[in-house]
Design a protein around this ligand. Structure first.
Ligand SMILES: NC(=O)C1=CN([C@@H]2O[C@H](COP(=O)(O)OP(=O)(O)OC[C@H]3O[C@@H](n4cnc5c(N)ncnc54)[C@H](OP(=O)(O)O)[C@@H]3O)[C@@H](O)[C@H]2O)C=CC1
Ligand SMILES: O=C(O)[C@@H]1CCC=N1
Length: 267
């Protein structure tokens, strides 16, 4: 597989679009990408935005070398039923759905197509994605390289054992939403302290962007960077003591376990 490969994306919602952007960034030709999307207006929007091609719902995908399965977990079984008779026997199936296992995909397809399971995240859309991939049986070196290559084109990618995918989902898959929720809470907190919505939003967003950049570029740990902000007996110490009183670490750990458990249920 290479940049001449043909790719079919089934389900072009939020994550499907981010993956189309990743494919194009990695050098796959837009006219080698076919999307199959239930919502006609959404399909048209993406076709004009990325100059890709449309397929009738789950038809015309027989020449694809890679099939990106990006529908909701609840829709996966019916999609696999629809496509199983019309896929190239050598194509690699790549599932992005939370919870859905490689064996679920293989069993429902009933073919010997190799399958890769990936947990991506939405910052892929802006070139800062985080993805974890697990290779199923029979995935060739070329197919592995293709998957890691296009995911790596718009962010970072690691390989994990499939049994860790639910933990990955709870960390980087759902993770962006945790930070967005934190931003919402900080904006609300700043407004309670008297700031306008606009100023509260500017102050909070630039703070999270700056903190993320510092984490990424300074080479220092989160612990060191936190300590650098925290003057003895100062304002940050007062805020962090309040977090500790409210057991923030245990709140976060509990939320992540809930996400992990939900991922296991979706299997
Ligand atoms: N959003 C995220 O942050 C992440 C999502 N994922 C996974 O990615 C997958 C997609 O999520 P997301 O993009 O958020 O969901 P969306 O609902 O935005 O996208 C899924 C799209 O697939 C369409 N669809 C449903 N059935 C079919 C079908 N039979 N053929 C073609 N298209 C179909 C849906 O249409 P309709 O709405 O009409 O049903 C929808 O437009 C999920 O499995 C999720 O677990 C993984 C990591 C992160
Ligand atoms: O919420 C979900 O189920 C999906 C998987 C990870 C992020 N969004």
């Amino acid at each position: 597989m290479d940049q001449q490969s043909k790719v079919a994306v089934i389900g072009a919602g939020v994550m499907g679009e981010a993956l189309i952007a990743a494919l194009i960034s990695s050098g796959v030709k837009p006219d080698h990408i076919t999307i199959s999307e239930k919502r006609e207006d959404r399909a048209q929007e993406l076709i004009s935005k990325y100059s890709i091609k449309a397929a009738a719902l789950n038809a015309n995908i027989s020449d694809a070398d890679a099939l990106l399965l990006v529908v909701k977990p609840q829709d996966m079984a019916s999609v696999l039923e629809e496509i199983k008779g019309s896929i190239n026997p050598k194509a690699v199936g790549i599932t992005f759905a939370a919870g859905k296992t490689i064996s679920f995909i293989s069993n429902r397809l009933g073919t010997s197509n190799p399958v890769v399971r990936v947990m991506p995240n939405t910052p892929t859309l802006v070139g800062e994605g985080m993805a974890a991939a697990s290779m199923g049986a029979g995935v060739t070196a070329e197919q592995r390289e293709f998957v890691l290559g296009f995911l790596g084109a718009t962010g970072k990618v690691i390989e994990v054992k499939e049994e860790l995918q639910d933990a990955v989902t709870a960390t980087s898959g759902s993770g962006p939403a945790y930070f967005f929720a934190f931003v919402e809470a900080m904006v609300a907190g700043a407004k309670e302290l008297g700031l306008s919505e606009q100023d509260a939003t500017t102050l909070t967003i630039q703070t999270i962007v700056g903190a993320a950049k510092l984490l990424d570029e300074s080479g220092k740990s989160a612990t060191t960077l936190r300590e650098n902000v925290t003057s003895p007996n100062g304002t940050t110490a007062a805020a962090l003591a309040s977090f500790e009183n409210e057991k923030m670490k245990s709140i976060v750990a509990k939320a992540m376990k809930a996400a992990r458990d939900r991922s296991q249920e979706l299997a």
